[in-house]
Design a protein around this ligand. Structure first.
Ligand SMILES: Nc1ncnc2c1ncn2[C@@H]1O[C@H](COP(=O)(O)OP(=O)(O)OP(=O)(O)O)[C@@H](O)[C@H]1O
Length: 322
């Protein structure tokens, strides 16, 4: 998708919010947009999503697009499941696929207990899960997220982090705004700032500084995944530190004992393998691609950023289960 000379102003002769914006949004890219309050971030995202039209310039090549707005229209006369199924149909899914996807995303977000609840009666957090689920269920070519994490509980934020990684690994483009500078830290291919009607790369780069100095240096990401019973470690884990590689615990999801690391990974028949890997943020996309394109693919459970000062205790405070 490409923006050429795009501008937007509201009202006749109103001031330009955006002007002369040139931008390409390649498949498989993750883009963060930042800027001061009122700088025009949401305006840009609405233009990207196609729910608003530019006052000047052209936007071409937009793929199937889904958008999570800053505010969700909770007054619509649907149940949660009915709304998601309806949106799935609008996004081009068959009725059966829409209903199936709606159910799956409700479950993934831990909101399946609210399938029959009218939207107007949902809590703010559950409404936000629905707002996000509607955007994810048709696996869009372009996913536009405007503060989509706001209002989600910790587990749901982890689900969304994972969904973003899956979309990008699957060749989709994701563009997001979030007030938390740590959101998906290190993962974006580029960070752009809206400033005085212009869109410019942060620090003149199209990618945050690459850190390849090995374990314990710079921003790091922890990826937790589950594989089929007996799944071997993927070959391409260069630079990654394996923290856990053990059978999925039979009962409570407690951390595996240290003695289980790199041993007994096959587990009893029927139980999969749990993998936790830490990697430099710059290499996390490659790691996710490796896991998601393995045969059979690993199921990504969580992707979390680790504090620099957490490196001696990598799991502490870093866990955000999907
Ligand atoms: N529908 C609208 N009609 C008139 N002016 C608007 C409209 N939407 C946005 N604006 C104005 O355009 C400017 C940019 O707004 P926008 O919401 O895009 O900024 P933002 O960077 O997303 O802000 P925030 O961080 O506060 O969400 C603001 O001055 C805002 O008042």
């Amino acid at each position: 998708m490409r923006l050429r000379g795009v501008g937007r102003r509201y009202g006749l002769g109103g001031p330009w919010v955006l002007r002369g914006v040139d931008l390409e949004v390649p498949p498989g890219s993750l883009t963060r947009v930042q800027g001061h309050n009122g700088s025009g971030k949401s305006t840009l995202l609405r233009l990207l999503a196609g729910i608003d039209a530019p006052s000047a310039g052209r936007i071409t090549g937009r793929p199937a697009t889904a958008y999570v707005p800053e505010r969700f229209p909770a007054e619509l006369p649907f149940s949660a499941l009915g709304y998601l199924t309806h949106l799935g149909r609008i996004h081009g899914l068959s009725r059966a696929a829409a209903a199936r996807g709606a159910g799956e995303w409700l479950e993934r977000f831990g909101a399946d207990g609210y399938a029959g609840t009218p939207l107007a009666e949902l809590s703010k957090g559950t409404s936000q899960k629905i707002a996000v689920a509607q955007a994810l269920l048709a696996a869009p070519g372009l996913l536009v997220l405007d503060e989509a994490w706001t209002g989600l509980d910790q587990a749901a934020r982890g689900v969304l982090d994972t969904a973003v990684a899956e979309r990008v690994a699957d060749g989709g483009a994701v563009v997001f705004v979030d007030h938390d500078p740590r959101r998906l830290a290190g993962a974006p291919d580029r960070v752009l700032r809206v400033t005085e009607t212009r869109l410019e790369p942060v620090d003149g780069t199209v990618r945050p500084p690459v850190v390849r100095d090995g374990p314990g240096v710079g921003p790091r990401v922890r990826v937790e995944a589950e594989g089929r019973p007996g799944a071997g470690l993927p070959d391409e884990l260069s630079g990654a530190v394996v923290r856990e590689y053990a059978p999925v615990p039979a009962l409570a999801p407690a951390p595996a004992p240290a003695s289980a690391l790199r041993s007994g990974a096959d587990g009893p028949a029927g139980r999969g393998v749990r993998l936790a890997v830490e990697v430099g943020a710059a290499d996390s996309d490659a790691l996710l691609r490796t896991l998601l394109t393995a045969d059979p693919p690993w199921h990504i459970r969580a992707v979390t950023t680790i504090d620099d000062n957490d490196t001696r205790h990598p799991a502490r405070g870093a866990k955000e289960k999907a």
